[in-house]
Design a protein around this ligand. Structure first.
Ligand code: C5P
Length: 401
């Protein structure tokens, strides 16, 4: 069953330019099974029509506290009690200020006072307005009161400014809605995940690396977060954004990743080594750009330390999962690494098969422990990650008992 199935979401829209994106949010929440009822402020109606939102939500849009028909049935109280979650997106500086002050001068602010449901705000405003002392004080107050702040993001704004204040992307808001309702079975656990490739410098402009996109590691981080874990993501250089809510430790080389991993591994319950770490680094990195004066050149390479094996030799070691990307004899090599590196589990994939593994959206894994194996069949990396995280936790709990 989808996480959002039958969840009752009141979606409050206030008057910001990002309101034009909200029909897509409604559509995506509904696709995942949520029942969405939209409430609009007067300002919101200047950017998007109630008719559009009625059409995409399949429910009447509420926009007035003084609607005689709706209030016959005490509409605002009914809505306040109906909601499992209230999302206000976009949340302007004005609505944030009015909610903070406890005002009830329109339907949306009244709902916020009248509800027991959790409230998530997706702020959207000019970066100067976001940084204004008043806004920051309001946001801090709402944070203390237990409101959820989803964003803002950073980037180019409608007014041309660049900075913090953009509403999060619709896909991020959908993800956060999922996270909100997901079963938090990893609460209290701290996962450290390595992801992406490492880059081994040759000279100031060149490096040796591999095709890892980081997608599998980032999907595991997302799934662990969604299940309630605290997540530290130690990542090589990738072109994708980290999941909101994780602690990102960016690194470039295997040496840097090694240093950070050993530092964070001491503090975690579960260590997942998903990174494609370079086996070798250049012995002597040239200080200046190497010129192409010779017809041939040789690089001397030295072996990198094995990060996951070194984590496994810590005295107070966490539960450890390695990855094995193989092109042949998958089970044989994977089991060899499991034993040699002293891991609890190893997730193996056949990177020779097309359409899965490196740089692909999809993957298929086999998870080996010392005594058994479980297949996770071909699917997109988000689905694989969700299954893998749950399986890792089952093994983790079994080891505790
Ligand atoms: O590269 P190899 O196949 O040995 O990788 C197996 C596992 O070991 C992977 O989980 C990888 O992240 C980890 N590894 C590591 N440090 C290395 C090499 C591999 O943590 N230097």
């Amino acid at each position: 069953m989808q996480i959002l199935q039958d969840k009752k979401i009141v979606l409050g829209i206030s008057g910001g330019i990002a309101a034009y994106k909200i029909p897509e949010l409604v559509r995506r929440l509904k696709e995942q099974g949520a029942n969405v009822r939209v409430v609009m402020t007067e300002g919101a109606k200047a950017f998007i029509t109630p008719l559009t939102l009625q059409a995409v939500s399949g429910n009447a849009v509420a926009d007035s506290l003084l609607d005689t028909q709706a209030e016959l049935a005490m509409g605002h109280i009914e809505l306040a009690k109906w909601a499992d979650l209230i999302i206000i997106a976009p949340a302007t500086a004005d609505i944030i200020a009015r909610i903070t002050a406890g005002m009830a001068n329109d339907l949306l602010t009244t709902l916020c006072l009248a509800t027991n449901a959790p409230i998530a705000l997706a702020p959207a405003m000019n970066q100067q307005m976001w940084h204004a002392v008043a806004t920051q004080a309001n946001v801090a107050t709402l944070n203390e009161r237990g409101y959820h702040l989803w964003g803002p993001g950073s980037g180019e704004q409608a007014c041309g400014d660049i900075g913090l204040g953009r509403m999060l992307e619709i896909s991020e808001l959908v993800n956060l809605s999922n996270d909100f309702f997901a079963d938090k079975y990893l609460q209290g656990q701290h996962w450290v995940i390595t992801a992406g490739p490492t880059r081994e410098a040759i000279d100031p402009v060149r490096y040796i690396s591999n095709h890892s996109s980081g997608k599998m590691g980032y999907a595991i981080a997302q799934a662990a977060l969604r299940a309630g874990a605290e997540v530290t993501l130690i990542s090589g250089a990738v072109a994708i954004s980290p999941p909101i809510g994780c602690q990102l430790i960016p690194v470039i080389s295997a040496d840097e990743m090694h240093q950070q991993a050993l530092n964070y591994a001491k503090k975690c319950t579960t260590f997942v080594a998903c990174a494609a770490v370079a086996d070798y680094r250049v012995a002597n990195i040239a200080e200046q750009k190497i010129k192409k004066t010779n017809d041939a050149m040789q690089l001397e390479l030295v072996k990198n330390d094995d990060i996951v094996a070194d984590v496994a030799s810590l005295t107070d070691k966490p539960f450890i999962i390695g990855f094995a990307a193989e092109t042949q004899n998958v089970e044989h090599y994977a089991r060899g690494k499991l034993m040699r590196k002293n891991l609890d589990l190893i997730a193996a994939n056949d990177v020779a098969k097309s359409g899965q593994g490196f740089n692909s959206e999809n993957n298929a894994l086999t998870l080996f422990s010392a005594i058994d194996k479980t297949e996770i069949p071909l699917a997109n990396k988000q689905i694989i990650a969700k299954k893998l995280v749950s399986l890792i936790n089952q093994h983790f709990l079994a080891k505790q008992n």
